[in-house]
Write a protein that binds this ligand. Structure first.
Ligand code: FE
Length: 196
């Protein structure tokens, strides 16, 4: 049987975390809305910043981009980014001909070091099953239609491999600095469910 990341104990862990959270809320130690906000912050802002840095470097430096596509793990570590759930990274490039999108059909494997915490929809059974069967329909519903002349590739996280999409560089960003470029990169763009 293939081990699928380190997620198997998640339900146990999730239960324990919830029990602790409920206890702390009951005792008035924590405010649950504050926790929700913190989780959201990590999902959308803090977590994906490392990925955005990687993307911006790839957009600015063709040599780095080549290394990134050749060996994602090593090139990402060049920027000081590595860790659990990012030990075997594969970066796939969106082009004018190919659109890539990432899923974990078995559970919710996700490249934590570059993207932070997975969004709820990423872990949801409808996304996981449908994006494989009808990727174009799912992408369209998520606001990321892909034209018929483009190929859609769906990457299913398997065993230890974690995928990240290198989005297309936005047009009209020619004079932008690497920091400015990083600011344009979104989490959803690196999962492949949004254009940047
Ligand atoms: Fe998984």
């Amino acid at each position: 049987m293939v081990s699928h990341g380190r997620e198997r104990p998640e339900s146990d862990m999730a239960l324990r975390v919830r029990a602790i959270e409920e206890l702390l809320t009951e005792k008035g130690v924590v405010d649950p809305t504050g926790i929700d906000r913190l989780v959201e912050l990590y999902e959308t802002r803090v977590g994906p910043r490392n990925g955005a840095k990687v993307v911006a470097r790839a957009w600015s430096d063709p040599g780095y981009k080549a290394r990134l596509l050749e060996n994602g793990t090593v090139a990402i570590a060049e920027l000081g980014v590595s860790g659990v759930q990012g030990e075997n990274m594969v970066v796939v490039e969106n082009t004018g001909a190919v659109h890539n999108v990432v899923v974990c059909t078995l559970c919710s494997c996700y490249p934590w070091p570059v993207l932070g915490l997975p969004p709820v929809w990423y872990k949801s059974p409808p996304y996981r099953s449908r994006v494989v069967r009808e990727p174009r329909a799912v992408l369209e519903e998520m606001g990321c239609p892909v034209s018929d002349d483009m190929e859609v590739r769906v990457w299913d996280s398997s065993a230890e491999i974690r995928y990240m999409v290198l989005p297309r560089r936005p047009e009209g960003a020619d004079g932008a600095s690497e920091d400015e470029l990083a600011g344009m990169v979104t989490r959803d763009g690196m999962i492949g469910v949004a254009a940047v």
